[in-house]
Write a protein that binds this ligand. Structure first.
Ligand SMILES: C[S@@+](CC[C@H](N)C(=O)[O-])C[C@H]1O[C@@H](n2cnc3c(N)ncnc32)[C@H](O)[C@@H]1O
Length: 235
């Protein structure tokens, strides 16, 4: 099942994954951690995005596996030219609906994160949140993201450490859903991977490691509150 690197339309594993997110798209933003609800969350995201953008001017940015566009909207609000791609049509439809409602210009397209429909060097910034874990070929995807970055561009992976004590409710937990039960064994990063592993793959493609940001009280001197949803890998 899904052994080759097929497109989202033909790969059975990807069809299952897309079915899960199509089902959840209408209520995705209401689920735990999917939108910013408190001043502490706003401050944490501002800090992360300040680090990511590092005072650069208007960038051409790609949000891969954008879902309903959380990162895409954060970037567009800061004046960047943003494209968001996701292979779940219902996610893209919801992202487009929000963009129209807010009069924000973001290009949202259906596309497979492992086979992007963009020329090499198309973007200054490629960013993803909570995507690598659900890809059948995550390492090849990293290569692909680097391919579409221009020289000197930046790849940013926003993800978290799973913490059993903070597991989301069953209805919001992809890993325990019927769709993932059928294909979980085909997703090599399902159980998580360390930042070092991910960096290793990117550096093997020629990327230079950047400054990590760990929004975790055990690692970061600013000690954001433990209930800050951005500190863990809720999906
Ligand atoms: C956990 S959600 C995260 C959505 C968004 N990045 C966010 O942080 O709110 C994972 C998203 O990745 C998308 N996705 C999974 N595999 C993909 C693939 N191969 N190509 C494109 N999108 C994919 C899903 O459809 C879903 O919208």
């Amino acid at each position: 099942m899904g052994g080759g690197r097929e497109s989202g339309l033909t790969d059975v594993v990807k069809q299952q994954v897309a079915a899960h997110w199509n089902r959840r798209a209408p209520s995705f933003d209401e689920d735990f951690g999917h939108s910013i609800r408190t001043p502490a969350e706003r401050a944490a995201w501002d800090r992360i995005l300040d680090l990511v953008l590092a005072g650069r001017g208007a960038l051409h940015a790609l949000d891969v596996g954008c879902g309903t566009g959380f990162l895409a909207f954060e970037l567009a609000t800061r004046g960047h030219h943003v494209t968001g791609v996701d292979f779940a049509p219902a996610m893209i439809a919801e992202a487009r609906r929000k963009a129209a409602a807010r009069s924000v210009a973001i290009r949202f397209e259906e596309a497979d994160a492992e086979q992007l429909p963009f020329a090499p060097g198309s973007f200054d910034l490629v960013i993803s949140r909570h995507l690598l874990w659900t890809l059948p070929h995550p390492e090849a995807a990293i290569d692909e993201w680097i391919r579409v970055l221009r020289t000197g561009g930046r790849l940013v992976v926003v993800d978290g450490h799973l913490d059993g004590g903070l597991a989301p409710p069953a209805s919001e937990n992809a890993r325990t859903s019927p769709e993932y039960a059928a294909v979980g064994d085909q997703l090599p990063f399902l159980g998580g991977r360390s930042r070092e592993d991910i960096e290793k793959r990117a550096t093997s493609c020629g990327a230079k490691p950047g400054r990590p940001y760990e929004n975790d009280p055990d690692h970061h001197p600013d000690r954001p509150p433990r209930d800050d949803p951005t500190r863990e890998g809720e999906l």
